[in-house]
Design a binder for this molecule. Structure first.
Ligand code: TA6
Length: 303
């Protein structure tokens, strides 16, 4: 797709806060700098790639140095949006894992300077944006990204057709950590989870989550606040979400990382995916004319 960076800047640029630039692979990126934070967003995939408050030495997010920036591919890292299904194609039609909006272009519909401290970008994904022809439900999908002292995402699905449809979805956030062995995830204690690495068997979380091997779990009936305690970077990441009952914890560890061309063999030590979403049985039905919003706020707390 041919995107005119100059035109984007003239239509949506925000002097001294927001600029469109040519990013990796020629993709148009949105570069934001305000009094609180620096951030980078890819219009392709509608994906936040970087968010770094001014007083933070490290980014909130992990972005793979080996990420591939090419049409039809997903970008490894940041916060991919999984929609309208999470995980493998629910119909087994071999459509892409995690849906089709993380590997297509979105549209910029608005940018706002909320204050010297806060900048907002609104992206939209419409039926016409997709190459996917097998999911024929009339919809619009809006992603509002607010970049300030914290990062706020709101994903709204609008059913513009005459028939009900169902979705699963998630913010597949790759959170940067100092070292995976010094990470604890708080807020999932006592929750049940489906262990995707053990035939989807349902298990119960005993105590806080620590990661010492590959994990891929769908936690159910989760609290809306999760805390990732990183004693190596001496910080905590608080995720506060609304409208979701499920969350995923994923780390590929060494063996699976080795099979992934867009991830270095030892990168798994430096991120944990903690993903707020409506996943598996947390299927969301949207009636004609109705809309549904999933939100997540990411806040770095200093020890
Ligand atoms: O969120 C966890 C997960 O669904 C895992 O099963 C794992 O495969 C991961 O996402 C990455 O998926 P991707 O399609 O981006 O390679």
């Amino acid at each position: 797709m041919n995107v005119d960076i100059e035109q984007l800047n003239s239509d949506f640029g925000r002097p001294s806060q927001l600029e469109f630039i040519e990013g990796e692979g020629g993709f148009p990126f949105i570069s934001i700098t305000n009094r609180q934070t620096k951030a980078l967003i890819s219009i392709y995939a509608g994906q936040v790639l970087s968010f770094q408050p001014v007083n933070e030495a490290e980014d909130l997010l992990f972005l793979s140095p080996q990420a591939v920036y090419a049409e039809s591919k997903a970008i490894r890292g940041g916060i991919p949006v999984c929609w309208p299904w999470f995980g493998p194609d629910p119909k087994g039609l071999q459509r892409p894992n995690h849906g089709f909006v993380r590997n297509n272009y979105w549209l910029v519909v608005a940018t706002e300077t909320l204050s010297d401290d806060e900048t907002k970008v609104t992206l939209m994904f419409k039926e016409s944006s997709k190459k996917e022809r097998t999911w024929q439900k009339p919809f619009t999908l809006t992603l509002e990204i607010t970049v300030g002292a914290t990062l706020n995402l709101k994903l709204t699905t609008h059913n513009t057709g005459d028939n009900v449809f169902s979705i699963t979805q998630a913010f597949h956030s790759y959170l940067r950590v100092g070292h995976i062995k010094h990470v604890q995830i708080l807020g999932l204690e006592g929750c049940d989870y489906f262990d995707k690495l053990d035939q989807g068997i349902q298990k119960s979380q005993d105590g806080v989550v620590t990661v010492t091997e590959e994990v891929d779990r769908i936690y159910t009936d989760v609290e809306n606040t999760l805390l990732i305690v990183d004693s190596a970077l001496k910080r905590r990441i608080q995720i506060t979400s609304t409208s979701n009952k499920t969350a995923v914890v994923w780390n590929p560890w060494l063996k699976t990382s080795k099979k992934m061309a867009d991830l270095g063999n030892t990168d798994y030590k430096h991120f944990i995916c903690v993903e707020a979403g409506n996943i598996a049985f947390d299927l969301i039905q949207i009636l004609p004319g109705d809309q549904y919003s999933l939100s997540a706020n990411f806040n770095i707390l200093r020890e």
